[in-house]
Design a binder for this molecule. Sequence first.
Ligand SMILES: Nc1ncnc2c1ncn2[C@@H]1O[C@H](COP(=O)(O)OP(=O)(O)OP(=O)(O)O)[C@@H](O)[C@H]1O
Ligand SMILES: [Mg+2]
Length: 217
Amino acid sequence: MAEPSEPRLIHELQPDSLATPPASPEAVPSRSPRGYVVLTIGLPGSGKTTWYKRRGVTPLSSDLLRNLLFDDITEQRYQGLVFSTLRSLLRARLIAKMPWNYVDATNLSPHERRQWIKMAKSFGYEVHAVFFDVPLAVCLERNSKRDRQVTDDVMHKMAERLRPPVFKEGFDKITVVRVKGASPSAKAAAELEGAAPAQDSVPGTKADAASSPAAQA
Ligand SMILES: Nc1ncnc2c1ncn2[C@@H]1O[C@H](COP(=O)(O)OP(=O)(O)OP(=O)(O)O)[C@@H](O)[C@H]1O
Ligand SMILES: [Mg+2]
């Protein structure tokens, strides 16, 4: 197995048009670990599912599971069952040595992320975070235009719970996705930028070297 690579911090902008294709994928370096687990982190409406869709990736998600288990994406009961099944599915993929593994969930706090990270590391996988540092006002606005809406009250509570990812949680790479013109949130500025061991947003550089097809802007 290859030695673990340096933690990397990447910056990305959300596109003006959702039709804008992501940049072309980069090759996985020869000195790669067994594979990668990519976790999204962000409020409802921050653009996590859209980010995956633009890359043609089908991530493991609670929506997918609610469809599979209950034939109903809106079923809100059995949350524990949904998330334990989600973890079992990731474990099955890791046992099967699947190289790229994506989880689409809000993953707001280190506590919620810990089990995913622990599992990925125990199988010798790198863990990548894709953090949607999108202002609450933008998420609220997008949420208000959706069919399945989260109440503003819940959105505010989730925003309070949101903690930006940091390398000490075990992430090998952190990609920060922002909307054009928005400055970093105070939380992100304090927790993430201050603790960054590497800052490099230029594609093709060492900082970006292990990016997957889906991990590109
Ligand atoms: N870059 C973007 N620019 C403009 N609108 C966007 C962008 N990304 C997502 N949206 C819109 O915001 C809404 C929510 O996006 P999306 O479903 O990707 O959010 P999410 O983070 O997956 O939310 P949830 O946690 O509720 O699943 C959608 O209507 C989508 O079209
Ligand atoms: Mg989603």
